[in-house]
Design a protein around this ligand. Sequence first.
Ligand code: AMP
Length: 218
Amino acid sequence: MRIILLGAPGAGKGTVAKRLTAYDGSIQISTGDMLRSEVQQDTPLGIKALKFMVGGNLVPDELILEIIGKRFELDPPKGFLLDGFPRTIPQATALDAMFARLGIQLDLVANLVVPEAVILDRLSNRRTCSNTKCQEIYNLKSTPPGPNNTCLKCGAMVIQRADETVEAVTRRLQVYRQMTEPLIEYYTRTGQLLVVDDKATEAVAATIIRGVNTHACI
Ligand code: AMP
């Protein structure tokens, strides 16, 4: 499947993307994960991106479009789940142009709708594996990590991300409302939006799969 996952930080885009990957082998493309890997490797792009990320702000469109452009043009994936991209109207229009150039047809844009109180609770309890090749996500309440905060998958330390402090989360939600929420209207107008308000990951994934199979956008 070829889909965009839209939704506030903490809406569950990454978790649902992983679940959908297991369904049909489509690749999760997370700009957040790609940026964190650049930061970890201390690349020039990572150094530039870090100062925006720690404050909970968006990295400039040109930088993001550069990584996404390289990802699609060098190795176009058959099926993909875009997680965390696009996040602004200029990113969405650039993506449309790139898809038109590469002959890629999107199945749908799934907008994951989650109440803000749930998001705040989720993000403050969220922990992430520090191994950039793993990045498994845990929740202290529902899916805790292993003994001494170690990752159950790879054994690396599980940490709280710098952009998941209360201040950074508050800023990220504000940025989401200002910069990303307008995409809901954008994709409603293109007729590609599917509103998904199920609670459990399995139900969200099932709604998206049904939407892809029946072309059920509004
Ligand atoms: P995420 O893991 O998707 O929440 O992304 C973490 C951080 O990476 C965000 O708070 C932004 O600073 C940056 N980032 C990720 N994707 C984008 C994007 N499409 N546009 C701008 N900044 C991004």
